[in-house]
Write a protein that binds this ligand. Structure first.
Ligand SMILES: Nc1ncnc2c1ncn2[C@@H]1O[C@H](COP(=O)(O)OP(=O)(O)OP(=O)(O)O)[C@@H](O)[C@H]1O
Length: 378
């Protein structure tokens, strides 16, 4: 068993240490140590997170990790047992409680929740009863235009496709000009092609309106493709938050490394200048944030499939053997068992096919800094 420990300072877990974008922005939403229990079960545990004006932040994690509960606490549909929530520095949960309708927060539900007996335009205008008629009509027209459905104003939800229903749900939530828009698994009811199209649409619409978005998904590709930052959760806890590239390339825990994509761990010995692995040496300066205390110890280097190249050994001494091969369309995923028993995965395009059981030479091809974890016995 290898350690699951986080080698960064634990007090900094969740802090955006890799966010070098410099875009700090104003904080719109602050979750301050929130905990939510259901009977003996803790759904969300001491979660702290700041969301910046205009960004799209996605809560990402496996089923049951507390994403929806967190979203529902932000919306005011659940009350935290501990901690506080502030919107624009004003407390909305904690010692005080502000009702959902008074929070300046819109929500798009997974099933869109459109009113079936109302037209698209009436659905969009639903939250605007207090507006005068002219302003309401103008706002509805503006929103229908924004989501590209101006010519479907009179259609009822059953006359709309899944993607169109989602656009109307989005327009309805945005109509009252919320400061924050919450999206609960927004694409899970759409088929694969539409999902990709709609996530681009949601991204565009949030960018155009400048509304701050908080989305929930268990789909890491979806989260990474549209979010400014992702917040990875596990068992009610926030594991890490940062830009998608930063979290992917510099995960602070093995859980995050594995949840965001295929992850192999290659044992390496740290010398003065190098980290020596079964697949050759890597310059020490290519290992992200390797502290001097790890001199002359073993560490586990994280390698992703696209960091690894395999080719038939062809007379050279083989490093290992292909034990698994999966055709994925544009790419092929290989699993290679190295001579010392370690397993690494490699992803290649069609041109470099290698068949099962082939003895192979394996090279590390990464040009970026590699992440690492202490071994258990450090
Ligand atoms: N109303 C409730 N009553 C009791 N337990 C609940 C309730 N809502 C959520 N839970 C529990 O809290 C934990 C977190 O649930 P939550 O729905 O927030 O997770 P999630 O990450 O959104 O999962 P999923 O992706 O499956 O929707 C789960 O173990 C769930 O069973």
């Amino acid at each position: 068993m290898v350690s699951e420990s986080v080698h960064a300072d634990p007090s900094r877990v969740g802090v955006d240490r890799d966010d070098r974008s410099g875009e700090t922005g104003t904080t719109v939403l602050e979750l301050d140590g929130i905990t939510k229990r259901y009977g003996p079960e803790t759904a969300v545990s001491d979660l702290s997170l700041s969301v910046r004006d205009g960004e799209l932040l996605t809560l990402l994690g496996p089923s049951g990790c507390g994403k929806t509960t967190t979203l529902r606490m932000i919306a005011g549909l659940e009350r935290p047992d501990e901690g506080a929530i502030r919107i624009d520095e004003d407390p909305v949960a904690g010692e005080e409680f502000v009702d959902p309708e008074d929070r300046d927060v819109g929500i798009v539900f997974q099933n869109f929740a459109l009113f079936p007996h109302l037209t698209a335009a009436e659905n969009v205008g639903f939250g605007l009863e207090s507006w005068d008629r002219e302003a309401r009509e103008a706002r509805v027209a503006e929103l229908l235009d924004l989501v590209g459905l101006a010519d479907h104003a009179d259609s009822t939800p059953t006359e709309l496709s899944g993607g169109q229903q989602q656009r109307i749900a989005l327009a309805r939530s945005l109509a009252p000009e919320p400061e924050i828009l919450l999206l609960d698994e927004p694409f899970s009811n759409l088929d694969v092609d539409l999902r990709v199209e709609m996530r681009e649409e949601v991204r565009r619409i949030l960018t155009e309106t400048g509304v701050t978005g908080i989305s929930v998904t268990h789909d890491q590709e979806e989260a990474m493709s549209i979010s400014d930052r992702v917040a990875v959760m596990s068992e009610g806890r926030l594991m890490q938050v940062g830009r998608p590239e930063a979290v992917f390339q510099h995960p602070e825990s093995r859980f995050v490394a594995g949840f965001l994509g295929h992850a192999s761990f290659l044992s390496g010995y740290v010398t003065d200048d190098l980290v020596e692995t079964e697949l050759g040496s890597v310059g020490r300066d290519r290992i992200h944030g390797l502290a001097p205390e790890y001199d002359r110890t073993r560490i586990d280097v994280l390698v992703r499939p696209d960091d690894v190249l395999v080719r038939p050994a062809d007379g050279e001494t083989a490093d290992g053997r292909v034990t698994y091969r999966r055709y994925l369309g544009p790419t092929v995923l290989y699993r290679v068992e190295l001579d010392d028993g370690e397993v690494v995965e490699a992803m290649h395009n069609h041109a470099q096919q290698v068949s099962l059981d082939t003895p192979v030479t394996v090279d590390l091809a990464a040009t970026h800094e590699l992440a690492w974890f202490p071994t258990e016995d450090h």
